[in-house]
Write a protein that binds this ligand. Structure first.
Ligand code: GAP
Length: 511
């Protein structure tokens, strides 16, 4: 099945099973804004717990924060967001559709990369086990020609971005013959910069009101609280502050479901270090974060690092963790070495000293910062994309969400085989005993096979079935989502069996 079709199916699946709804749906929706349903909110909370515990619980020198969304407007001037937080946009004059010029060029690069991969897949099939991929990449004329095209375009694109050369971005689009996906034409406007921050007013009267911004990143809340936390927490460098919270961006190209939203949630950690050590820490956090992703077991080959073409105004090193979504490798998380840019800017704009006295060096300095920043919603989409599986079985088929058990919204379903003979009561007793530890669901409707399918479709790792034998010997059947294997176990064993699989320790052991 084409990757696009799979993506459409998983978007539909998210709605059908109560994971994600379009915001304001009964009013025809609001663009790029989404609500999380009864199962979505559970998955989202589990993702946040996985992140929070891995950062704050497991690192003695990382503490949490929950700063306000509204902040003093000067913060955004100091951080550079008022002047530089913008995207290069281009309009197609025929379709009147607006695009990000950099995204159009990135898609062109991905197309060329796709051609190379296609050649390799074809050759792999043709040569079987004898295939030497490296040699093929180095010698095949079609691969080499496309590699040359890719490298030339990539160099030109990176230069245009770094120089902030909007005319050159347009010229690249024209030279590459990039067409509007809607009109199919090459009738483009010039490229312009467009600021992404939402502004609103605080204050009772129009005259007395001041413009404030909905934060486009949670990071600034951490920077302006650096001194508060360092002093009250008696933190010693190196240390980190972690925060989960909403962020808002007036994204123009809001596509691909919850991949790019206008209201979204970030999980960010700023790690404050001694100047000159930041690149060492950058490498450490790169590795830590990649391990966190890979521990979910979706296949190491589906993750990669991507170096930035253009460094943000605050960074001296930056890399993205990318995942292979159905629409290609895309960013899930950004890791940036932000230098002392933010703290220095806040020193200058606030007029307050933001320093650390380092007792070992016997000197004060503005700390340097390494940031890890990941979107909760994007992580959610990554997990759903990786977990969604259509499986052919002997007699029929099933859709199963292979969500890692610690993240699954519902951990176990308890199913009485029939609605009588005391079986529902036993099922309720089991739930009452386990519900403080695990999210349980009770279901007595339809055949047991249909009930298993419903649980597979929402990713429930365990189904526990109560039958007449249970009345005699207090045993139940436990059925495993991934293998569909079934085992007879004593009721008192359930907690241990389930806990061993759903505990976050299982993930942390691998992260
Ligand atoms: N503080 C740094 C920062 O905000 P970013 O690369 O712009 O860096 C970090 O964003 C992460 O936030 C991204 O890797 C992505 O997961 C998420 N993110 C950014 N914009 C988003 C959007 N419009 N919708 C959903 N997630 C977004």
């Amino acid at each position: 099945m084409a990757q696009e079709d799979i993506f459409k199916k998983l978007v539909a699946h998210c709605k059908e099973y109560g994971f994600v709804f379009q915001s304001s749906e009964i009013y025809d929706g609001l663009g790029a804004v989404y609500d999380y349903g009864q199962l979505g909110v559970e998955l989202k909370n589990n993702i946040k717990k996985y992140w929070w515990d891995s950062m704050v619980l497991l690192h003695e020198n990382v503490v949490g924060l929950d700063s306000a969304i509204f902040m003093h407007p000067t913060i955004w001037k100091a951080s550079g967001h008022v002047d530089a937080f913008s995207d290069p946009l281009i309009d197609n004059k025929d379709s009147k559709k607006r695009y990000r010029a950099d995204v159009l060029i990135e898609e062109q690069l991905a197309k060329i990369e796709g051609k190379i991969e296609k050649e390799i897949t074809k050759a792999k099939k043709r040569f079987g086990d004898a295939f030497d991929e490296q040699q093929f990449r180095e010698t095949n004329p079609r691969v080499l020609a496309n590699k040359k095209k890719f490298d030339e375009l990539h160099t030109r694109f990176a230069k245009a971005l770094n120089d902030g050369d909007l005319d050159e971005l347009k010229q690249i689009i024209i030279d590459q013959g990039i067409v509007c996906p809607v009109s199919g034409s090459r009738n483009w406007t010039d490229v312009r910069q467009f600021n992404l921050m939402f502004a609103t007013e605080m204050g009772a009267t129009a005259e007395g009101a001041s413009t404030i911004y909905l934060r486009p990143e949670t990071a600034q809340g951490i920077f302006v609280n650096y001194l508060n936390v360092q002093k009250t927490g008696r933190m010693k460098i190196p240390f980190g502050i972690a925060q989960i919270g909403k962020a808002f961006r007036n994204e123009i190209v809001a596509r691909q479901f919850i991949f790019r939203m206008r209201e979204f949630e970030q999980m960010e950690m700023q790690f404050f270090v001694r100047p000159g050590t930041e690149l060492e820490w950058f490498e450490k956090w790169k590795e830590t974060r990649m391990n966190w992703h890979r521990a979910l077991g979706f296949g190491d080959e589906n993750y990669r690092f991507h170096e930035h073409e253009k460094l943000a105004h605050y960074a001296n090193a930056a890399v993205d963790v990318e995942y292979k979504f159905p629409f290609g490798f895309k960013e899930v998380e950004g890791i940036h070495s932000r230098t002392d840019f933010d703290l220095s800017q806040h020193e200058e704009y606030s007029g307050k000293k933001i320093r650390y006295f380092d007792p070992e060096l016997n000197e004060s300095y503005v700390p340097f910062v390494v940031e890890t920043s990941i979107g909760v919603d994007r992580m959610f989409l990554q997990i759903i994309s990786a977990a969604y599986t259509e499986e052919k079985l002997e007699k029929d088929s099933r859709i199963v969400l292979r969500i890692p058990a610690p993240l699954a919204p519902v951990k176990l379903a308890v199913l009485p085989l029939v609605k009588k003979d005391g079986l529902p009561e036993i099922a309720r007793n089991i739930i009452n005993d386990l519900k403080f530890d695990f999210n349980c669901q009770y279901d007595e409707k339809d055949s047991i096979g249909k009930r298993y399918r419903r649980q597979d479709a929402i990713g429930t790792p365990f189904c526990v079935t109560i039958d007449h034998q249970t009345i005699d010997d207090n045993t139940v059947t436990i059925r495993y989502r991934d293998t569909m294997a079934q085992k007879r176990v004593a009721i008192e064993e359930l907690r241990g069996i389930i806990d061993a699989q759903v505990s976050f320790k299982k993930l942390f052991g691998q992260a």
